[in-house]
Design a protein around this ligand. Sequence first.
Ligand code: AMP
Ligand code: FES
Ligand code: ZN
Length: 299
Amino acid sequence: MKCKVCKELAVVALPSHHAGFCASCYLDFFSRQVERGIRGQGLFTREDRVLVALSGGKDSLALALELKRQDYQITGLFIDLAIPDASNAARGVTERFCAHHGIKLLVKDMAGEGLAVPLVRERLRRPICSACGKIKRYWFNRTALENGYTVLATGHNLDDEIARLTSNTLRWDQSYLSDQGPLLEGEDGFARKVKPLWRLSEFETANYAFLMNIEYHHTPCPYSKGASFTMYKLLWQQLEESMPGRKLDFYQAFLERGRPNFAQRETAVGTKLAPCSRCGYPTSAGLCGVCRIKEAING
Ligand code: AMP
Ligand code: FES
Ligand code: ZN
């Protein structure tokens, strides 16, 4: 197969785009997709101070490198969850990546906050992944707001987004459907949140990471049974094979024509938020979710 652009030998085949690319034209393709993702949805500009949540995985590291190459003002944020072996390995990879590429990195240590995930797991009698997600989102938000970042970016890709959309749709979850997308506007006490890789599949970011020589952390979390939404990802893989391009079309059509219907109705049923009585984080329940986790641990 030949590169669609320069006719050299292709090294990456992308049926969804009916194209093959050589290494250099593939990197241009990837950059254009990220740029379209950012501009098309008005995610942020070069004036913004962007805090990029780095897990040490390929998606978030690929995102940080590409944003840096495109001259955005970025800083990395790693949340150290203190999970034996996994957190240390992911932290090492992230620190080396940032040092190598000259990216400033903030690290938040959950053990020091009394929120080491193994401890939370031991004391709480509910699935750890949802508590862990809550802890991560809390620190993404707090770190962004306390340090004057205007945007918080995560490495979620098209496969993550489409699987979540499928799960929300199968339940016709009005409130999640109204919020889902690459941009969640900031509001009182909440940072603006963006997912600039929303146009790119996991396969596409993996290719970018490979071609850019990014060393990343592969091992899944020892506490989760597998990646989230695995079932929906498998279904979509089959659909995409027989209908190349369907994934991106479906997601874009949702943003343009599906989501507005849910958003209008959500404003009527919105809940009232007030600062957490202990830490000031916005909550609808007096004490925020993370302060409640702390209370349960110490209780
Ligand atoms: P996941 O939910 O693990 O698929 O991660 C989704 C996104 O959340 C990643 O692409 C990162 O941007 C961010 N993320 C996950 N875990 C961490 C972490 N420990 N520290 C910082 N960011 C993270
Ligand atoms: Fe949070 Fe596994 S990363 S429970
Ligand atoms: Zn609180």
